[in-house]
Structures are given as structure tokens and as C-alpha cells.
Design a protein around this ligand. Structure first.
Ligand code: GFB
Length: 314
């Protein structure tokens, strides 16, 4: 199959690049924002009229951590709506009948009827105000895929990962997600004689973290291995931890004395909990699939960070 991957130069896009050798019978094309601005129908239609594909892995999105979302809910909504509308229009017009579309666990309600939340809770009640722009745009992507599947018999599968991290992440100290932002900030402080290791919030918020290379393997298995026999949305998650526990583990991995950690509780915690369940996911995991433990994932990410300090995305 000829497979197009949008967001080809992002966290998950690069993780897929690292594993395509195990799919020699398929041809992957990774498109970046520089090659095709997906928010422009003119660019999208021109690109797909010149390049045809059988399947799509749609990862491209305007993303950011809590503080980026707090600053730009309107842009997060409008740019993601534009990107997704153009991509689905191109899939319809250029005959791409099967694909993976990436959502996020932040789309779920912030006050659900039950925890952990299953796939059925996606539209149950409003998401957390800190990222409602991004969350509603991704909820609409779930709706768009479902409507296309019903009307045209397509197989557009929405995968819902929890907080992803790993090599190739965006390490922007302000706009990045918690792990890359802290890793970059703490690394800078390590170089100083009187460095301070300040994390934001209270540390009491809870998150489920998933190592991006694990998610990349799941995406390819579900799209290509025939293990997933339907088009319903599927949560992809692993263990939950408090932000405090994660930051202490990160300090260990970076050889920072945990007693030097400080918390700026004037900064937002965002949603205190967005626990989702992976009951359904376990049924479709390829045999012998192993998730990467947090400590191992942080170690691999930090050594990648140190090797690539001069050309980080940030
Ligand atoms: O990763 P993060 O920005 O995403 O923040 P969210 C997770 C938690 O880490 C929050 C705390 O409780 C923050 O208060 N935190 C501590 C920090 N120190 C820092 C820091 O230096 N930077 C950041 N960013 N956080 C996002 C959504 O929410 O989750 C996105 O806004 C997306 O739309 C993403 O869905 C997966 O989990 O709070």
C-alpha cells in the first residue's frame, strides 16, 4: 500500500519513520508543513492531485502543552478544524479509503460520570476549559470520520493516545508538554552553579504517559496487521502517575537531587485528572506487545535530547 503520513516531522511521525523497515511491502510518504500547508485547500489539493495514496496516517495538528493551549484556544480550534476539513476532503476526492486519525485524551470530559473513561464518554460533557479549543476540534474530527465511514463505507479509525513523549518531541520551554519542557529547562539549570529546578503547578495532577515509539507501533499494527476489525475509536494508554512522581523520576534520570525540586503552585495544574481505560485496547494488542516503562522512556528521551541539543524542535 502507498501510505501518506501527515505531520511527518513530528514526535509520532518520526517514531513511525524509525520502524517502517518492518513493513517492507508498503511505501510510506512523510509530508511536512514545509512541503504542504494542510490549512490551505489550495496547497492540499495541489499536493494530492500530484501524489496518490491508498492509506493515510493523519498526525498533523497545531499542538502544545497546557500553557500554549491556555494562551491560544481560538487558534487551536480554527487551525485544527481547517487542517482536518482539508485532509478529509482530500481523502474523499482522491480516494483514500482507510486511515488512522489521531485524537488525544484531553478531548474527554473534565467532570465525567465515571473514571476511568471509556471511548463512549468522548462527547458526554464539556472538556477542560484549559484546552477546549483543541479538544472540540479533535471531537469534530471523530464526528467527521464517523460520518464519512457511515456515508461512504470508508475505514477511518480514530486513535486516542494519552500524553505522549519521546525523542523528536517539541522541547519548547514555554509551549511544550510537561516532559520535554522540564527536560530542556532542567538541563539548562544543571549547567548553572546555583541552578533552580522549578516545576509548575502543585504536582498533584495525574496523567497517563505513553512513549511515542510504542504508539507508533500500535498505529502501524492497527492500520496494517488486520488485528483491528472495526472502525470505532480506540483509546491507547498505559499507566497513570502523578506529575510529582513523574518529575521525581525525571530528576533521577537527569541525575538531579530530588530535594532540590521546587513547585510554582501559582502556575496552573490544568485538568487534575483525565484517566481513560484501555480495556478495549488490550484486546487488539499484537502478541507480545510490551509498553516502555516511564523510567526507560525518560532515559532514552534524555539521551536523545543530549545527542540532538543543537537541532531540537523548540
Ligand atoms: O503536558 P502538559 O502541558 O499537558 O501538562 P496537559 C501536564 C501537567 O504538567 C500539568 C504540569 O498539570 C502542568 O501543571 N507541569 C509542571 C508542566 N511543570 C510544567 C512545565 O514546565 N510545562 C508544562 N507544560 N506543564 C495537554 C493539552 O494538557 O495535554 C493538550 O493542553 C494535549 O491539548 C496534551 O492534549 C496531550 O496534560 O495538562
Amino acid at each position: 500500500m502507498r501510505i501518506v503520513v501527515t505531520g511527518g516531522n513530528g514526535l509520532v511521525g518520526n517514531s513511525i519513520k524509525d520502524i517502517i523497515s518492518i513493513y517492507p511491502n508498503h511505501a510510506f510518504t512523510f509530508i511536512t508543513r514545509q512541503e504542504c500547508d494542510l490549512s490551505s485547500w489550495y496547497e492540499v489539493s495541489n499536493y494530492f492531485v500530484r501524489n496518490s495514496f491508498d492509506y493515510i496516517i493523519h498526525l498533523a495538528a497545531k499542538v502544545g502543552g497546557l500553557f500554549k493551549n491556555l494562551d491560544s484556544n481560538i487558534e487551536m480550534f480554527s487551525e485544527n478544524i481547517a487542517i482536518n476539513e482539508n485532509v478529509l476532503k482530500a481523502c474523499r476526492q482522491f480516494n483514500i479509503k482507510r486511515g488512522i486519525f489521531c485524537l488525544s485524551s484531553c478531548i474527554f470530559p473534565c467532570n465525567p460520570s465515571t473514571f476511568p473513561m471509556s471511548e463512549r464518554a468522548i462527547h458526554e460533557s464539556p472538556p477542560h476549559p484549559s484546552n477546549e479549543g483543541y479538544a472540540y476540534a479533535k471531537r469534530m474530527l471523530e464526528l467527521q470520520c464517523r460520518l464519512h465511514n457511515k456515508a461512504y463505507g470508508t475505514e477511518y479509525i480514530c486513535l486516542i493516545p494519552v500524553n505522549l513523549y519521546g525523542p523528536h518531541d517539541n522541547f519548547n520551554i514555554r509551549d511544550g508538554h510537561v516532559i520535554p519542557a522540564l527536560m530542556n529547562r532542567f538541563h539548562g539549570e544543571k549547567a548553572k552553579k546555583d541552578g533552580r529546578f522549578i516545576a509548575y503547578g502543585t504536582g498533584r495532577a495525574r496523567r497517563q504517559f505513553l512513549y511515542a515509539p510504542d504508539f507508533a507501533r500500535l498505529i502501524c499494527s492497527i492500520l496494517l496487521d488486520g488485528t483491528y476489525d472495526n472502525t470505532e475509536p480506540l483509546i491507547c494508554c498505559w499507566r497513570e502517575t502523578s506529575i510529582k512522581q513523574m518529575v521525581e523520576c525525571l530528576a533521577d534520570v537527569m541525575d538531579i537531587d530530588k530535594n532540590k525540586l521546587e513547585w510554582d503552585s501559582d502556575k496552573s495544574d490544568g485538568c487534575m485528572r483525565k484517566t481513560v481505560d484501555n480495556y478495549k485496547m488490550w484486546r487488539y494488542l499484537p502478541d507480545g506487545f510490551l509498553f516502555t516503562h516511564m523510567r526507560e522512556g525518560l532515559k532514552e528521551t534524555y539521551s536523545w535530547f543530549c545527542r540532538n541539543r543543537d537541532n531540537l524542535r523548540n
